[in-house]
Design a protein around this ligand. Structure first.
Ligand code: RFL
Ligand code: PHB
Length: 396
C-alpha cells in the first residue's frame, strides 16, 4: 500500500470534479482527482450544450474561460414551437440582459483538463475500486488501485463528484439520505452531426409525434434530440430514420432548411428527476450528478453541478483561510435551495413539452398551460428567468 496525502480528495473528473479542482488550486488548496475511466473516455461523452451566465462567470473566475469566450455562442433568445407555431422567448429582453452561452460540455471538460495539466495538480485516471473511508472521522482517506498497486490517499475532505452511478453516495450508511426520484416514461435519442444547424437559436418542439430539440455545438455542428419510448433501442434508429422523424416534428420552415448527414454519435438517455438529501455526510460533500439528476429539457444538470461547485469552493476557501468550519453544515442547505428550483423547472419543461399517456382533458390542460407561458409576457418572463438561471446564493 502506497500512502499519499492531499487537502481535498476529489472523486470523478467530470466537469464538477475538474472545475472544483481548478478553483481550489487557484486558492492554494492542494487536491487530487481520482477518475475511473480514461481522459479520452470522459471527453467522448456527448452531453450538455447550454451554459448559464453564473457558470460562465465561474469558469472565468477559475481562469479557464478564454476559449469559451472566443468560440462559445452567446444566445439572447430561445425558440419554442408548439404544434408548428414558433415562439421566440427574448431571454435578455425579459431578464435585464441575461444570456446563455452555447458551448459543449466536451469543450468545457477539455479546457479544464488542459488547465489541470498546466497547474501540476495530480489526476489519476483509470483507477479501480475507489472507496471513501472513515468519512465520519477527522481522518478520512480514499483507497484505490492502479495497475494492481493499492494506494491510500489521506485528506481533510472528500468531494464526491462521481456522477449518478458513482461510489460516494452509496458509501453513506443506509438511513442517512432521503432520496426523491421520478422516472419518466420516455428517453431522448440524441444525434451529433457535422451539418449546419437548422436554426441559429435552439428550438424546443412540442409535437403530436413527440418532443424534439434542435441544438448545436457550432455553426457547422448540430445536436438534435427526439423523444422516444423509454425502452427504445438505439440500434433501431438508422441515421435515415432519425432524420425522417426529426423532419416530421420540425416546424415547416425549419423542415425545409434541414441539412442531414452521417451521425458522429447517436445514443439514448433516460429521463429522471432525482435528489438525495443532505448533500454532505461527515467529511464528504456530494456534488453535481452524484446527488441530483434532472431531465435535460431545462438544460440545468451541468449548471446545477456548477452552482454546487461554486458553493463548495467558497466554503472550503473560508475553512482553510479563516477557519470557518461553522460553514461546513451550510453547504447542503445552500445548494439544495437552488437545486430544487432547477428540479422543478426541468420537470415542468419536460411535462409541458413531452407526450404523456394521459386523458384528453389532461392533454388540453397541458396545452393551455404551454399557450399561456408562450403567448403572455408574464409567462414568457417566468420561463426566461429560469432558463438563464437563478442567481447563485452567497456564502456569508
Ligand atoms: P459526470 O459528468 O457524470 O462526471 C462524473 C465522473 O465521475 C466518474 N466516476 C468515478 N470516478 C472514480 N471512481 C468511481 N467509482 C466513479 N464513478 C464515476 C465518471 O467516470 C465521470 O467522469 O458528473 P458531473 O461532473 O457532476 O457533471 C454533470 C453533467 O455531466 C450533467 O449534469 C449534464 O451533462 C446534464 N446535461 C445537461 N446539463 C446542462 O446544464 N445543460 C444541458 O444542455 C444538458 N444537456 C445533459 C444534457 C445530459 C445528457 N445526458 C446524456 C445525461 C444532455 C444529455 C443528453
Ligand atoms: C444540448 O445541446 O445537448 C442540449 C441543449 C439544451 C438542452 C439539452 C441539451 O435543454
Amino acid at each position: 500500500m502506497i500512502r499519499q496525502k492531499t487537502q481535498v480528495a476529489i472523486i470523478g473528473a467530470g466537469p464538477s470534479g475538474l472545475l472544483l479542482g481548478q478553483l481550489l488550486h487557484k486558492q492554494g488548496i492542494d487536491n487530487v482527482v481520482l477518475e475511473r475511466v480514461s481522459a479520452e473516455y470522459v471527453l467522448g461523452r456527448i452531453r450538455a450544450g447550454v451554459v448559464e451566465q453564473g457558470f460562465s462567470d465561474l469558469m472565468e473566475e477559475a481562469g479557464v474561460a478564454d476559449r469559451m469566450k472566443a468560440e462559445g455562442e452567446i444566445h439572447h433568445a430561445v425558440e419554442i414551437a408548439s404544434y408548428g407555431e414558433v415562439h421566440s422567448i427574448d431571454l435578455s429582453g425579459l431578464t435585464d440582459g441575461k444570456v446563455v452561452t452555447v458551448y459543449g460540455q466536451t469543450e468545457i471538460t477539455h479546457d479544464l483538463m488542459n488547465a489541470r495539466d498546466a497547474s501540476g495538480q495530480k489526476t489519476v485516471y483509470e483507477t479501480i475500486d475507489v472507496q471513501p473511508q472513515d468519512i465520519k472521522t477527522d481522518n478520512p482517506f480514499v483507497t484505490y488501485s492502479v495497475d494492481g498497486q493499492l494506494y491510500s490517499l489521506e485528506c481533510d475532505y472528500i468531494a464526491g463528484c462521481d456522477g449518478f452511478h458513482g461510489i460516494c453516495r452509496p458509501s453513506i450508511p443506509d438511513g442517512v439520505l432521503k432520496e426523491y426520484e421520478k422516472i419518466y416514461p420516455f428517453g431522448w435519442l440524441g444525434l451529433l452531426s457535422d451539418t449546419p444547424p437548422v436554426n441559429f437559436e435552439l428550438i424546443y418542439i412540442k409535437h403530436e409525434r413527440g418532443f424534439a430539440l434542435c441544438s448545436k455545438r457550432s455553426e457547422t455542428r448540430s445536436r438534435y434530440y427526439l423523444e422516444v419510448p423509454v425502452d427504445e433501442k438505439v440500434e433501431n434508429w438508422s441515421d435515415d430514420r432519425f432524420w425522417e422523424e426529426l423532419k416530421r416534428r420540425l416546424p415547416a420552415e425549419s423542415a425545409e432548411r434541414l441539412v442531414t448527414g452521417p451521425a458522429l454519435e447517436k445514443s439514448i438517455a433516460p429521463l429522471r428527476s432525482f435528489v438525495a438529501e443532505p448533500m454532505q455526510y461527515g467529511k464528504m460533500f456530494l456534488v453535481g450528478d452524484a446527488v441530483h439528476i434532472v431531465p435535460p429539457t431545462g438544460a440545468k444538470g451541468l449548471n446545477l453541478a456548477a452552482s454546487d461547485v461554486s458553493t463548495l469552493y467558497r466554503i472550503l476557501t473560508k475553512v482553510y483561510k479563516e477557519n470557518r468550519i461553522d460553514l461546513i453544515p451550510k453547504y447542503s442547505e445552500i445548494c439544495l435551495r437552488r437545486v430544487w428550483h432547477g428540479v422543478r423547472f426541468s420537470w415542468w419543461m419536460t411535462s409541458m413539452l413531452h407526450s404523456f399517456d394521459e386523458s384528453e382533458i389532461e392533454g388540453r390542460i397541458r396545452s393551455s398551460e404551454l399557450s399561456f407561458f408562450l403567448k403572455e409576457e408574464a409567462g414568457r418572463r417566468v420561463l426566461a428567468q429560469q432558463y438563464v438561471g437563478l442567481p447563485y446564493e452567497d456564502v456569508e
